[in-house]
Design a protein around this ligand. Structure first.
Ligand SMILES: [Zn+2]
Length: 297
């Protein structure tokens, strides 16, 4: 069953958070549209945040290409675009708050793989030096199940929920799990609408909200666009960029993907009109309750 409109619409704040590692492809357009339309339906704010914390993956200029594409598709954001790369002081401050629950870890990837893929607490009592190692957070608020507005009840394997996960990497970069939660807290995000590829890490993010003492946002994970089962569109597998010079065909395809009844005559319309119409039609309840959905490109 779908749960809808739990949040006070006046306080609705949503966001789209792409990583600037390449241009927007159809899959990221679907995620952007879903979060945008859900915010509009609730008269909420829609923010854009550049998830550029993983600096080795960042492609120069990709942030501007993404913002240009969003504008060409009529997805105008509220407030200023935030960049994770400019928020290190905020993340460091949060780590300081968590200090009593942090410890250093020198396990190699190989060791963890040999232990079955999950870290088993090997370094917890070793009191290793923080400066040269990855930093793990003692899991004090494990989440074994949660409710997704679209996917329903999600059960989390116990050993995954219990794992002390990395919050700062050996190379000194803050871990995605940490920064995404700190950003959502700081930007007062009330509902996260994003692709189902991020369903699994959600439990860990919920646990961090609780560990830091903040209200957990609502989550809705929309189906991933795949070309065939298991093959999601991604920057890593070189999915084609969306065509910013002719946005309407892909805009309509993405709306149809999200369960809206698009018609042929809409091809003659313009982006603004289509989005205005879509903002009155969109409902999470119309989106197929699946993790993946095939498309033809
Ligand atoms: Zn270790």
């Amino acid at each position: 069953m779908h749960k809808e409109a739990l949040s006070d619409s006046r306080g609705y704040r949503g966001r789209f958070a792409p990583s600037p590692s390449g241009p927007l492809h159809f899959g990221s357009l679907v995620a952007a549209l879903a979060s945008y339309l859900d915010a509009k339906v609730h008269q909420g704010a829609w923010l854009v945040r550049m998830e550029d914390i993983d600096t080795p993956r960042v492609v120069q200029g990709a942030d501007n290409a993404i913002l240009t594409a969003l504008e060409k598709f009529g997805l105008h954001w509220d407030e200023q675009v935030e960049y994770q790369s400019q928020r290190h002081a905020l993340y460091q401050h949060t780590l300081t708050q968590l200090k009593p629950d942090l410890y250093a870890c020198n396990c190699t990837r190989k060791m963890i793989k040999q232990a079955g893929g999950l870290y088993q607490g090997h370094c917890k009592s070793l009191a290793l030096d923080f400066s040269e190692h990855a930093i793990r957070l003692t899991q004090t608020h494990p989440i074994y199940q949660f409710t997704d507005l679209l996917q329903g009840q999600v059960n989390v394997p116990q050993d995954l929920a219990d794992e002390d996960y990395i919050v700062k990497r050996r190379d000194g970069l803050f871990a995605y799990q940490l920064v995404v939660v700190v950003d959502d807290i700081e930007q007062k995000i009330s509902r996260v609408v994003r692709g189902a590829d991020l369903l699994e890490p959600t439990a860990r993010q919920i646990s961090l909200f609780k560990q830091l003492g903040y209200t957990v946002p609502e989550y809705a994970h929309v189906p991933l666009a795949v070309t065939e089962p298991g093959f999601k569109l991604s920057k890593q597998n070189h999915a084609p960029a969306i065509n910013i010079d002719d946005p309407i065909p892909e805009l309509l395809q993405a709306l149809s993907f999200l369960g809206l009844s698009v018609t042929d005559d809409m091809k003659l319309s313009n982006v603004e009109e289509i989005l205005t119409w879509a903002s009155t039609q969109f409902s999470l309840a119309a989106i197929p309750q699946v993790l993946e959905k095939s498309i033809k490109l």
